[in-house]
Design a protein around this ligand. Structure first.
Ligand code: SF4
Length: 394
């Protein structure tokens, strides 16, 4: 099997305290941090050998709170990744951090160790909502972090915002968005709050008030217009960027390219020696992991039809859509042969755009994506095509 390139995700599963809406895996026991960090390069080495991975296109340090990791710990980790990647770090290296992690010393260290992009978990600029979300943050911490990052001016900056925290009106949401825009970040991720099972917020606030839902929709429409007016491209349903500032790492997920996930609970999608696609999760067990036990769960081989559906499910979230050539290269069919009726129907409804090179959602289509996908999948299920699988496409 030919070696191939992947995106690399490292999950750092430590947080000071669990936020009330969060269902990402993290623990508050930082005493095992050093031991866990030492294991990460070993797992990466093991997976690259088992799945014949050649090198890494991007690196994303997510969590948890990677910004909490000591300068020494992070620097050692990145030095190991560099060794595993032919002596260089990928061109895009993103570090997720919370406002309280940002200090002048850390900024200097992050820069010198090769971080190129900071994703700052702001979520809201308003103390009342930060408190409701159980965030260990405050407006003053956020403004301090943004001022320091702005003054240092050495990273691409993403600001993460949550739309629709409990009690947020349309005005509150727009106020947050406008305040984020005033800092001129390169990228803004504006996600709707999803009340995940098992989170404190879900238990406290299980029924949404109809008026607030309506407010969220209005805020969404207004917010998209504001961002576009300020020069941000809505390149993915919930992600906006200035020209040339897309997240290359996250784009790999949306384009269904291979990714290697290291650290407890991280998911990988890699090519198996039999040519099939394997997706699996590292067990969410920080204690066991820190002692060198890498076990995997939710392991599945992705069938070709499911891979095609996933490619469409993710790709149609992007304003650039799905490339006809990519579909042909991977699955051996022209996109117009696969679901011609759905293409015709949704193009006529001004929801999809097809120009021979790509199939992409219109602005209207982005808001109706679920209905579009249901109709495409129903048509695909009736197809009798014999698919090839040539993944990842070159
Ligand atoms: S939202 Fe971020 S900081 Fe809060 S618990 Fe989740 S991973 Fe940790």
């Amino acid at each position: 099997m030919k070696p191939y390139q992947t995106a690399l995700y490292i999950h750092i599963p430590f947080c000071k305290r669990k936020c009330d809406y969060c269902d990402f895996y993290s623990v508050c026991n930082s005493s095992i941090q050093d031991a866990l960090l030492e294991q990460i390069p070993l797992q990466i080495y093991s997976l690259t050998s088992d799945y014949n991975v050649d090198s890494f296109k991007t690196l994303y340090l997510g969590g948890g709170t990677p910004g909490l990791v000591s300068i020494k710990g992070l620097s050692l980790l990145l030095a190991q990744v560099r060794k595993l990647n032919k002596g260089v770090l990928p061109g895009e290296v993103t570090l997720e951090c919370n406002p309280s992690n940002v200090t002048r010393d850390r900024i200097d260290a992050w820069k010198s160790m090769g971080i190129t992009r900071i994703s700052l978990g702001v979520q809201s600029f308003q103390d009342a909502f930060l408190k409701k979300a159980g965030r260990q943050s405050s407006r003053s911490l956020i403004l301090n972090a943004l001022t320091q990052l702005h003054d240092a001016s050495c990273f691409d900056l993403n600001i993460d915002l949550i739309q629709g925290l409990p009690g947020m009106t349309q005005q509150d949401q727009i106020q947050d968005l406008k305040e984020a825009v005033n800092w001129h970040p390169d990228h803004i991720s504006w996600y709707s709050l999803i009340l995940e099972n098992g989170t404190v917020l879900k238990d406290q606030w299980s029924r949404r008030n109809g008026l607030l839902e309506e407010d969220n929709d209005l805020a969404w429409e207004t917010g998209c217009k504001i961002l576009e007016g300020e020069g941000y491209d809505r390149y993915e349903i919930s992600n906006f960027c200035r020209k040339g500032k897309k997240s290359i790492h996250n784009s790999s997920y949306w384009k269904l390219e291979p990714y290697l996930g290291s650290g407890p609970s991280a998911v990988s999608m890699l090519k198996n020696s039999d040519g099939k696609i394997k997706r699996f999760r590292t067990k969410a067990d920080a204690q066991g992991y820190s002692q060198g036990h890498f076990s995997y769960e939710e392991s599945e081989t992705i069938e070709v039809l499911d891979c095609l559906k996933d490619t469409l499910l993710m790709g149609l979230r992007l304003s650039e859509g799905v490339s006809s050539q990519q579909i042909k290269n991977i699955f051996g069919w022209e996109i117009t042969e696969l679901f011609p009726h759905s293409i015709k129907r949704w193009v006529e409804a001004d929801c999809l755009i097809y120009d021979g090179f790509s199939l992409r959602p219109s602005r209207r289509g982005m808001n109706l994506l679920n209905s579009i996908l249901i109709s495409i999948f129903e048509e695909l299920d009736k197809q009798k095509c014999a698919f090839t699988l040539n993944w990842p496409s070159e």
